[in-house]
Write a protein that binds this ligand. Structure first.
Ligand code: MN
Length: 337
């Protein structure tokens, strides 16, 4: 029987957001990491233009490309850094607009597309309201935040309304990467290290560990977090994180939590394969987390979907595991009816 392929970290953008990015980038106070990113996401030339037109297209062209790549369903979300570089009012308005655009696209292709809501963390109460609308009225399957918002992380108590809403709605947060926060970006600015090959993972894994160490999962016991890029490296590190956490507790650097960091990770986190086509990395993730926690993602239009599909088609795992990673886990975790 043919295995259905669902890809869960697939990017789009609206014209309005792209226009506002340009305004921010032409201003004086631009986050250093975003200034560097600006050249790749909004640059000129055939490559940047092709990426841009693919991001904008949530209609016929997108579906045709999914057909060509053998993708049955794509879960779409706003591309990094989304609305998180704007003032709260602009960000809130553009997130709502992006959700409306995405909702219309899904209505046109309900069997092929699903969506994760965009929200503006700058306005936590407004973000919680928009999350309720996006899930309840528009039928989104979760929400996506592109790591830090102007240098702030979601363990800050001010963001609690967002998690209160998510906990009540029981929908997962896709914690997607962006370039490192202004407070730590300096050594990443050389050699392109701020970019997706390294800086994104350091930034996002650090964000995930802040959520764990802050005790967020003791307060909100149903929260589900999805990390891309094979868990941003964290499955590899869990044993050592536990080991040194115990020492961190002893020296008073962190409050003792009811459980070990790895136990929170096991209970609350899921990972996707986006952009990682390494059999040893996949095998390690299966060994550490189990095959129920891993979902396929292609990271269109930034990665080669063809290569991602080929990797998952051919990698040496059982067909039962392949089926879970390609579709069954996504159907369960994102409640894709
Ligand atoms: Mn991505």
């Amino acid at each position: 029987m043919k295995i259905k392929r669902i890809a869960v970290e697939e990017a789009f953008v609206t014209e309005e957001i792209a226009r506002e990015w340009k305004k921010v980038l032409s201003g004086k106070c631009v986050e250093p990491g975003f200034r560097m990113m600006g050249s790749s996401i909004l640059g000129e030339g055939p490559v940047a233009e092709k990426v841009h037109s693919r991001l904008i297209d949530v209609g016929v062209g997108r579906i045709a490309q999914m057909d060509a790549d053998g993708i049955d369903m794509a879960v779409l979300s706003i591309t990094s850094p989304g609305v998180q570089v704007f003032d709260g009012v602009t960000a809130t308005r553009l997130a709502e607009n992006a959700n409306d655009v995405l909702s219309a696209a899904i209505s046109a292709y309900p069997a092929r597309l699903a969506g994760l809501a965009a929200i503006a963390p700058q306005n936590p109460e407004g973000a919680a309201k928009e999350l309720e609308r996006a899930i309840g009225t528009l039928g989104m399957k979760g929400y996506l935040i592109n790591s830090h918002t102007m240098g702030e992380y979601l363990d800050d108590a001010k963001f609690r309304p967002i998690f209160e809403a998510a906990d009540a709605l029981d929908v997962p947060l896709y914690l997607h990467p962006r370039e490192p926060a202004p407070s730590m970006v300096a050594p990443f600015l050389d050699y392109g290290l701020y970019f997706a090959g390294w800086g994104f993972a350091v930034e996002t894994a650090t964000h995930a560990l802040r959520l764990i160490m802050s005790g967020l999962f003791d307060r909100f016991t149903k929260l589900k977090i999805v990390l891309g890029h094979m868990g941003e490296g964290l499955p590899f590190w869990l044993q050592r994180i536990d080991n040194r956490y115990l020492l961190q507790v002893k020296i008073g650097a962190v409050r003792k939590l009811p459980r070990l960091p790895s136990e929170y990770f096991q209970d609350h986190f899921f990972i996707t394969t986006s952009g990682v086509m390494s059999a040893p990395a996949l095998q390690l993730s299966i060994d550490v987390l189990g095959e129920e926690k891993i979902m396929f993602a292609a990271d269109y239009p930034y990665e080669s979907v063809e290569d991602g599909v080929k990797f998952m088609n051919e990698v040496n795992i059982t067909d039962a595991q392949r089926r879970k990673i390609f579709s069954d886990n996504a159907i369960r975790i994102f409640a894709l009816g």
